[in-house]
Design a protein around this ligand. Structure first.
Ligand SMILES: Cc1ncc(COP(=O)(O)O)c(C=O)c1O
Length: 431
């Protein structure tokens, strides 16, 4: 079992048998509202007709295409659509199959780019505390969540440093949207540059909004300041948009939302609405060009996966974009955001609620842990919520919400009222 207490799960199995629209069906017949859009990956809900049809018809026409030395047309078309969606039509896309692979790919691009330009000394990576960049060795190394890293400490890549995270309950609890406090934390990047010297640093990688650690929203001006410092020192800036990409904040990418353009963007999850695994990296055009040297038949970038640009994933990707853009689903999500914000903040004052944060169509609640039993309150709320017909995501004692863009206003309100009852019921429950 993945990131799951195996023994607890075996004793209390929770099995899913079906999904349609914004609801899952559990093995015991309960229908539950999908409060996290799958794992942040299904903003269009489940069994979206256009995607089902596209994948079905693709599997009959071309079920697999080897991605080494060969290509298939719709993969190039999807790459071009993604670059255009990001407002960077000259950019190139490297396809992978997950967020973890996208991150490791982006780190490889960064190192290899500097090397290709004759700056092979730029090898150091800078991540951030509390970051989640997946479970590849590169992503783990730049990630900043101790329980995820500590078991594998000997495998971490050398030469990685971390910025401080930007969360302070003291300064920003119950903030709606971006906190005013915390811009000064970007200056730590200058300190790391002074410490290591810019000539040793390849890239800085951050999630524009830290999702997995509990929706930590960047302080106003913070991302722009990171951009300035990176530009001043020739350091690449990577936004890991595995969660924020494809509309979670109400714009196609967080880069648009915050008005800050990184050099590389990693994406995954919602690119196919979670229907077929896919990830990728959007690469600035001139970074791509820096690789295009040497003999014309030579391999410029020795990297790739058997299932990169898998035809089924590409078909699901096109159909997802048709809906997100063509059918206005990103805008629909954006229209729900103010109501969602009001509703989620109405949980302030409920039992154990220490903080609530939100941006776009995502939010997190920190709950006061039970003495000496971290994670137990989160688990209890999760279980009570299932009884209320809600599938929420909990991580430790933090509950995250990111409902599908297809949700109705009534469903958002019902989700919050169900969560309110769950918080109250869980607070009275025996530990
Ligand atoms: C920001 C970010 N990067 C990378 C990943 C890893 O993605 P995957 O689980 O598809 O490997 C995640 C997963 O949640 C993520 O949130």
């Amino acid at each position: 079992m993945l990131f799951t207490g195996n023994r607890y799960f075996k004793a209390h199995p929770r099995l899913i048998v079906g999904a349609r629209g914004a609801y899952y069906t559990l093995a015991d017949g309960r229908r539950v509202f999908d409060c996290l859009s799958g794992m942040w990956c299904s903003p269009l809900g489940h069994a979206y007709p256009g995607i089902v049809q596209a994948v079905q018809s693709q599997v009959e026409r071309l079920d697999y295409s080897p991605p080494f030395q060969l290509g298939h047309v719709s993969a190039f078309e999807l790459a071009a659509r993604i670059a255009a969606l990001a407002g960077r039509p000259q950019d190139r896309v490297f396809f992978a199959n997950s967020g973890s692979e996208a991150v490791d790919t982006a780190l490889k691009v960064a190192i290899a780019y500097h090397r290709a330009r004759g700056e092979a000394s730029r090898t150091r990576m800078i991540g951030r505390e509390r970051a989640y960049h997946g479970v590849g060795i590169g992503g783990l190394s730049v990630g900043g969540i101790a329980p995820v890293r500590k078991m594998f400490a000997p495998l971490m890549v050398p030469g990685v440093d971390h910025l401080p995270h930007t969360y302070s309950r003291e300064h920003m609890s119950f903030t709606r949207g971006q906190p005013e406090w915390g811009l000064h934390l970007a200056e730590y990047l200058e300190r790391l540059v002074s410490l290591h010297d810019a000539s040793t640093i390849a890239a800085v990688i951050v999630e524009p909004v830290q999702g997995s650690t509990g929706v930590i929203v960047p302080p106003r001006g913070y991302l722009a300041r990171l951009r300035e410092i990176c530009t001043a020192h020739g350091i690449l800036l990577i936004f890991d948009e595995v969660i924020t990409g494809f509309g979670r904040l109400g714009k196609p990418f967080a880069a648009d939302f915050f008005g800050v353009q990184p050099d590389l963007i990693t994406f995954a999850k919602a690119v196919t609405n979670g229907v077929v695994p896919m990830g990728g990296v959007l690469v600035r055009a001139d970074i791509y060009e820096a690789f295009m040297t040497g003999p014309a038949h030579a391999i410029e970038f020795s990297h790739g996966y058997t299932y990169s640009a898998h035809p089924l994933a590409v078909a699901a990707g096109h159909a997802s974009l048709d809906a997100l853009i063509g059918e206005g689903m990103i805008e629909r999500g954006a229209r729900l955001a103010p109501l969602f914000e009001r509703a989620v903040h109405s949980l302030r004052g409920e039992p154990r609620v220490l903080d609530i944060r939100n941006i776009g169509l995502c939010a997190a609640l920190d709950l006061e842990p039970a003495a000496g039993q971290p994670g137990l309150v989160g688990l209890r709320v999760f279980e009570r919520a299932l009884d209320e017909g809600l599938l929420v995501r909990f991580s430790g004692d933090t509950v995250a919400l990111a409902p599908p863009f297809i949700s109705t206003e009534q469903e958002i309100e019902a989700m919050i009222e169900g969560l309110r009852r769950s918080l109250r019921a869980a607070s009275g429950a025996p530990p």
